[in-house]
Each structure stands twice: as C-alpha cells, then as structure tokens.
Ligand binder design. Sequence first.
Ligand SMILES: [Zn+2]
Length: 171
Amino acid sequence: MLEGELPGCFERLRASVLDLDDGCRFRLAFSRDADGRVRIRGQVAARGHLECQRCLEPVAIALGGEVRLEVVWPGEDPARVAEGFEALELDAEASAEGEPAAPAPAEARVGGETLTIEKLVEDELLLSLPTVGLHDDEHCHRAPPTDVAAPEQTRRETNPFAALAALRESD
Ligand SMILES: [Zn+2]
C-alpha cells in the first residue's frame, strides 16, 4: 500500500481549473492477482474551484474517486482487462540500435512519458473533472431564468414515476 499526499503542483490539472487547493491525498495498492495480472486499486482526492458558467464566481469542486487500473503490457489486448477495471497501457520498450529490449525495464512509460505516481494521480483527477462548473440554483449568484425553471418544476410534479420512487424508498 502506497499512501501519502502530493504537493499538488499538477500542471495539466491546474490549467483546467480556476485554482487547486494544496495537497492531494492518494492511497494506492499494487497487487499481482491470482490470475497473474497487475492491478492498482485505491483512491485519490483533491479540492479546488472552477468558474461557474452562470455567474462567473468560483464553484468549489471535489476531485478524485476510486482508482481501479489493470496494467496492460505492450502487445496485450487492452479489451481483456477484468470487468470494473480501466486499462493502463504501457508503452513498448524502445530497443536501442537493434539490441533486444531489456528484460526488466527500469521504468514504465505511458504515452511517451515516464509513469510516476504523480502522473497516475493527476490522470485520475483529470478524469473526474466536471466538464463545466455550475453552482446549485440556491447557491448561484445569478438565479436561473424563470422561464426555464418553471416548466421543469411542472414536469417534476406531474411525473408518474415520482410516486414509484417514493414507494421503493419505503421498502
Ligand atoms: Zn453561479
């Protein structure tokens, strides 16, 4: 189990958000499972802000989530990863001047870059990033236009499935 806090100087992630709080927590377990597959499980979490698309004020966002990756070695079919896992495809080892590739590569590379914990964590955080920032209606500094909100309200009240959901919750 690898656990810790990264300072959070993620350049790619910072470019996509308004700001990012210092410190990103991660918890990752690397394992070779019974079927011989290398899997990475854990969690990553960070906090920051996006710009609200409606009022342009900052919206607090929580990034991260569960990590479930399965290492796919060069030449393997990424479609074969176990259900519930994402493929982490490693680059083929570049062999220098026709020499056979080193039997045990010193470093794993993904997309032409050395795979590090920071890159892995940043990739996971980027995946969890909402496409747009938007406050809840009650927290937004600019209320939604009423002509849009009204029909929505009416629809919800007359939704026949609302009754079903209530029944299910009472089980
Ligand atoms: Zn807003």
